[in-house]
Design a protein around this ligand. Structure first.
Ligand code: SF4
Length: 51
């Protein structure tokens, strides 16, 4: 089961969470989600590693 999520998270795709494990840990997949990883931060990190 996929859960809807609109966070700017690397696991979020087209409004759905692609990390299925998360469904068992919480009903409110927002910032409190233990798996939340900021997409833009990841991108920054990636950029920094390349430069
Ligand atoms: S891991 Fe958490 S924050 Fe990220 S898309 Fe899934 S439910 Fe949302």
């Amino acid at each position: 089961m996929l859960i809807p999520c609109s966070e700017n998270c690397i696991y979020q795709e087209e409004g759905l969470c692609n990390l299925t494990e998360v469904t068992s840990s919480s009903n409110s997949p927002l910032k409190e989600c233990p798996y939340f990883v900021d997409k833009s931060k990841e991108r920054e990190k990636d950029k920094m590693e390349k430069e």
